[in-house]
Every structure is written in structure tokens, then in C-alpha cells.
Design a binder for this molecule. Structure first.
Ligand code: ADP
Length: 366
């Protein structure tokens, strides 16, 4: 029987539980044994009770839950070869040679690296007497399949990541709450949302909530002109009778000289207009709560596809990342998706803002 492990790693996002549920149940349906790897890569490194079989009923009720019930962690040991040696040994002792990782670009990079290194890890384990050849020989290759769990929607080559729409929903609810009090008092609110390198949440929230202005990292305004431009736009809206002002700032917002644009700076600018202005940093409520229908669907379809990808993989198939493009669940070369994701940050560093913008998906650009 094929044995595979599923883990969640990196930042949590609503829908990760649904993804684990889908992998466990699809795995069992296709006659595999499925192991839950708890606490991200720590589960592989430490083994023991953190890497154990999961049954159909273990994931009952997980479809709608937020966060991840198998835990997630930043695991520094796994970044070192010594940690990956322990991880490989723990897997082989359980007969696991396939790993489905639901995480962000860091987690997926680590997974692909682990796969590339696998034969040399086994060699070293045998040489140092930690495994016998008989133990290691049946597991000569490691299969890796990635799924993207991220509230930021910050992975290239897939239209959506698991959790992004739940987070967007949360932000919209919060901005709706803020809007009613803002309009009552005729106030201005600066709402800071998550997104260090990716402004998807900010842009989409801006559209969904009818914000006056949005600041995102991919389209930085002029360092010398943004304050005047912001004032001009907000004033124009007020003159048309708007009783509230809502400005959304992504946490990674910058100007075109790469200086951060902070919520406080935006607030001070609005105060210069004479507006009674407050800052609300939404923080971790954006990660919380149950998964919206779209994330449940995305996680479920991708989890099933991930198991199929494990079963169909050959030593020559590049590690796939399961994504969605134009409503089709697709397999994308994991390494390409990760490198394109990193290219956005590199474009921004080089002040190639048009380049960064072009690397974003169609919905973002529209
Ligand atoms: P995300 O997956 O959300 O991008 P991180 O970058 O923090 O989050 O990665 C999560 C975990 O994945 C890390 O704590 C580490 O265990 C593992 N990881 C990340 N990058 C690497 C890497 N280059 N090599 C090995 N493991 C890595």
C-alpha cells in the first residue's frame, strides 16, 4: 500500500483543515495509508506521535473549520541538513515516501529541496548506520505535491490560494462595521490589512467595500506626490456628498522610492484635510474564522487532485503544485510557481513596478 503524509506549514489559513480532510479521505478512497504530520516540518523531524496514521473519522467535521487542526509551525531544524536527515529516517521507518504539503512558498521550496536531496540523505543514513540498505531500498525516491494555503493570494501561476477568499470576507465584514460608524460621525478610517508583498487582499477589499483609496506594494505611488493625490481624491468624493472616507493600506505598501507608506502617515495626511481620522489595523482577525464556501471547494478539489498527482507521479515528473486557473484545477511545476512568486519581490526591489504588476494574475490587473 502506498503511504503518504499530509502536513500544513507556514502561516495558517482557513481551508487548511478542509485540505487535510480531502487528502485523508481521497487517500483512503484510493487505497493508500495516510499519515498526518503534525506541527509542520517538526512532525517529520521529531516523528513519534507527531507523524501518525489518520482514519476517515479523524477528519470528520473539518470541512468548514478555520486554521489547521494538525498544527503548523516554523521549523528551523528542517532548514538544516541534520534536521532533514532525521525527517527522512522517520518517514522511511514508517514506509512513507510521498508528502503533500499545504503551505506558502517557503514550505513548498523546502519540500522540493527535500526531494532533490532525498537520495543523498538515504546514502548518508545507511553509511552512518541509521538505516540498513534493506530498510532504505524500497524508498529510493520521494514524491512531493504542493498545495497553497495562504490568506494573501500571493502565489504565482494559480488564480487563488486556499484561505484568501475567507480572509477577504472577514476584511469586508470588518470594513462594513467600520463604515456605519464612519458615516454616522462623518469620519475617515484608515484600515490596514495583511499582505507584505502582495496587495491582493487590499485591492479586492477596496473594490468590494468601495474604498476611496488603496495602497499596495505592486503599484507604488510617487514619493513626492502621493499625499496630494490622496487628498485630492478623498476631497472630490466628499464634495460629491460622501459622509465617510475609507482608505485601505496593505501592510507592505511602499512609495516609488521603496519607502514604506504607513497607516499613520496616511492618517496624518487625511487629518490635514480636516477629517476626524482613525486607524484600524485588522490584524489576526483576518486569519480567523471558518472557511467560506469557495475555500472549502478549492481545498477539497485540490486535495483530491493532490492524491491523484501522488499516485501518478514518476521519478521524472517535476514536483507539482496544485492550483486553479480559470476555474480548472491544474498541476503546475512547483519550482516555476515559486520562482515566479519570488520574481515579483525582485522586480519591486529593482523598482521595476510594471514588471511586478505584470506578474500578477488577470483579476488583480483588472
Ligand atoms: P510559508 O510556507 O508560509 O512561506 P515559511 O517561509 O516560514 O512560511 O516556511 C515554513 C517552514 O518551511 C519553515 O519554518 C521551514 O521549516 C520550512 N522551510 C522554508 N524554507 C525552507 C528552505 N529553504 N529549506 C528547507 N525548509 C524550508
Amino acid at each position: 500500500k502506498k503511504r503518504l503524509a499530509v502536513m500544513t506549514s507556514g502561516g495558517d489559513s482557513p481551508g487548511m483543515c478542509a485540505a487535510v480532510r480531502a487528502v485523508v479521505r481521497a487517500g483512503l478512497f484510493f487505497d493508500c495509508e495516510v499519515f498526518g504530520c503534525y506541527e509542520g516540518y517538526s512532525g517529520l523531524v521529531q516523528g513519534g506521535d507527531l507523524l501518525k496514521p489518520m482514519a476517515w473519522e479523524d477528519v470528520r467535521g473539518w470541512l468548514s473549520l478555520g486554521g489547521t487542526l494538525i498544527g503548523t509551525a516554523r521549523c528551523l531544524e528542517f532548514k538544516e541538513r541534520a534536521g532533514r536527515l532525521l525527517a527522512a529516517r522517520n518517514m522511511i521507518l514508517r514506509g512513507i515516501d510521498a508528502l503533500i504539503v499545504c503551505g506558502g512558498d517557503g514550505s513548498l521550496t523546502g519540500a522540493d529541496l527535500f526531494r532533490a536531496e532525498w537520495p543523498s540523505l538515504l546514502e548518508e543514513l545507511i553509511k552512518t548506520g541509521k538505516l540498513t540498505e534493506e530498510q532504505a531500498n524500497p524508498y529510493k525516491t520521494l514524491t512531493i505535491v504542493g498545495m497553497v494555503g495562504s490568506i494573501d493570494n500571493d502565489m504565482a501561476m494559480t488564480d487563488n490560494t486556499i484561505g484568501a477568499y475567507s480572509s477577504l470576507e472577514r476584511i469586508c465584514e470588518m470594513v462594513d462595521y467600520i463604515d456605519t460608524t464612519a458615516a454616522s460621525h462623518s469620519r475617515a478610517f484608515v484600515v490596514e490589512v495583511m499582505g507584505r508583498h502582495c496587495g491582493w487582499l487590499a485591492i479586492m477589499a477596496g473594490v468590494c467595500c468601495g474604498a476611496d483609496y488603496v495602497f499596495v506594494p505592486e503599484q507604488p505611488p510617487s514619493a513626492s506626490g502621493w499625499k496630494d493625490e490622496l487628498k485630492k481624491v478623498c476631497l472630490r468624493h466628499r464634495k460629491r456628498g460622501r459622509r465617510k472616507t475609507t482608505v485601505i493600506v496593505a501592510e507592505g505598501a511602499i512609495d516609488d522610492s521603496l519607502q514604506p507608506i504607513t497607516s499613520e502617515q496616511v492618517k496624518d495626511t487625511l487629518v490635514e484635510l480636516g477629517l476626524d481620522t482613525r486607524v484600524t489595523t485588522l490584524g489576526h482577525v483576518q486569519r480567523g474564522g471558518s472557511a467560506v464556501a469557495f475555500d472549502r471547494l478549492l481545498a477539497t478539489m485540490q486535495g483530491v487532485e493532490a492524491v491523484k498527482a501522488v499516485l501518478e507521479s514518476t521519478p521524472n515528473t517535476p514536483s507539482p503544485m496544485i492550483g486553479i486557473q480559470e476555474n480548472q484545477i491544474v498541476r503546475i511545476p512547483l519550482v516555476e510557481a515559486v520562482s515566479q512568486t519570488k520574481a515579483v519581490a525582485k522586480c519591486i526591489e529593482k523598482k521595476d513596478f510594471a514588471g511586478a504588476f505584470n506578474l500578477r494574475d488577470a483579476a488583480f490587473q483588472e
